[in-house]
Ligand binder design. Structure first.
Ligand code: S3P
Length: 429
């Protein structure tokens, strides 16, 4: 296990780009594989999670070439995948396993999906239950609530599904299964989660309608290969946004970041805390809003976070917790129970680590209350094998007394392999 010690910084300055969006990268491979013709992807994220998706499709007979700049996928149409010879290892990636489960449910072959020790603890019933209603046959540990999942592909029927949770992985799994169902399948969620699948389905020519917090997909419509450019991942950018906000004397420009409104909740929250964050050169690339983001260090104050903004900021809470720890006053987070079933229980993990850094934190079932301090104590903290916990604590170290050692940092490579290099590049002093 690799530990890394990050020292305090005098400021965070310069200009960077962050790697491609993880969610969009996954979807580009999946839709490219089942489209007719060639799909090219620029800006693809070569992190552990996306490489798991890539090798899953190679294992189902799809040719995927990567020259280091462009990923080229030779799509074989809706019915062109072949039965994998072995189980599909999704590694640490919840998006890979859940979206694939939806896609595989309607194939004419058998497959098994599984992943690492963390993924095998994460809830799968949320996709198995609606897919079973569509006629899918999926078995697995604990009544198919945990991976490995064994999927006996078969014809599916369309359903209307009211999801009890706002989850893009659930929505997207059903949308992918819907491509193989007879008729129109609808999914509605309590509040809108990231809509990358909707945008990319449209780009590839799927028959799709969106409505308030929901989407309808017609089955049996073939897709056509596309040329896709993936924007920088706002979830990765957020670590640097928080780093620049909390470190005095900072000014950082992050170029080419995806600012889809279903993903930019953290920017709203950090602005509400007093953060100086400007969006420059707003534009659209491959159906996704993109901007350059200029951040200056700011005096932050506590805020109350709950409701519809939560799914739009769901991956950013570890970084938001660090901003809250450095803010004046108290920040409350509610309606964020989903954080307990991410790569680790992120409420428990951040509460434990922030307390180690001298920050008063109270946990609740669906959130936490954090009271900001003047200076974070230094010391040793744990990543719990979760990339976003590791990166947010590395950012906290920049304003700590004497630095922070973060344990088990290999996990950072699942979403942001160049994180530590970029941090070194912009940290002065
Ligand atoms: C993702 C959806 C979110 C998010 C994850 C990526 C996606 O998960 O946390 O990192 O690409 O669809 P949930 O759908 O479980 O909220």
């Amino acid at each position: 296990m690799t530990s890394i010690t990050i020292n305090p910084a005098a400021s965070i300055t310069g200009e960077i780009s962050v790697p491609g969006d993880k969610s969009i990268s996954h979807r580009s491979i999946m839709l490219g594989a089942i489209a007719n013709g060639t799909t090219t992807v620029r800006g693809f994220l070569r992190g552990g999670d996306n490489m798991a998706t890539m090798s899953a499709f190679r294992g189902m007979g799809i040719q995927i070439a990567d020259d280091g700049e462009v990923v080229t996928i030779k799509g074989r149409g809706l019915h062109g995948l072949t039965e994998p010879l072995d189980f599909i290892d999704c590694g640490n990636s919840g998006t890979t396993i859940r979206l694939l489960t939806g896609l595989l449910a309607g194939q004419s072959f058998f497959s098994i999906v599984t992943g690492d020790q963390y993924l095998r603890k994460r809830p799968m019933k949320r996709v198995v239950e609606p897919l079973s209603r569509m006629g899918a046959l999926i078995q697995g540990r604990q009544s198919a609530s945990l991976a490995p999942l064994a999927i006996s592909g078969r014809p599916l029927n369309a359903i209307g599904y009211d999801s009890p949770i706002s989850s893009a992985q659930v929505k997207s799994a059903i949308m992918l299964a819907a491509l193989y169902a007879d008729g129109e399948t609808s999914v509605r969620e309590p509040s809108l989660s990231r809509d990358h699948s909707e945008r990319m389905f449209r780009l590839f020519g799927a028959s799709l309608k969106t409505f308030n917090n929901g989407v309808t997909v017609r089955g049996g419509v073939e897709l056509n290969g596309q040329e896709i450019t993936v924007p920088g991942d706002i979830s990765s950018a957020t670590f640097f946004i928080v780093a620049a906000l909390i470190t005095p004397g900072s000014e950082l420009l992050i170029r080419n970041v995806g600012v889809n409104p279903t993903r930019s909740g953290a920017i709203e929250i950090l602005r509400a805390m007093g953060g100086s964050i400007e969006m420059l050169e707003e534009r659209e690339i491959s159906g996704e809003p993109v901007a350059d983001i200029l951040v200056r260090s700011s005096r932050l104050t506590g805020t109350a976070i709950s409701g519809n903004v939560v799914p739009r900021a769901i991956d950013e809470f570890p970084a938001i917790c660090v901003a809250a720890a450095c803010a004046e006053g108290t920040t409350t987070i509610n309606d964020a129970r989903e954080l307990r079933v991410k790569e680790t229980d992120r409420i428990a993990a951040m509460a434990k680590n922030l307390r180690l850094l001298g920050v008063p934190v109270e946990e609740s079932d669906d959130g936490m209350t954090i009271t900001g301090v003047d200076v974070l104590a230094g010391g040793s903290v744990e990543s719990f094998g979760d990339h976003r916990i590791a990166m947010s604590l590395s950012v906290a170290a920049l304003v700590s007394k004497g630095g922070i050692t973060v344990s088990d940092t290999e996990c950072v490579a699942t979403s942001f392999p160049t994180f530590f290099q970029l941090l070194e590049q912009v940290a002065r002093g």
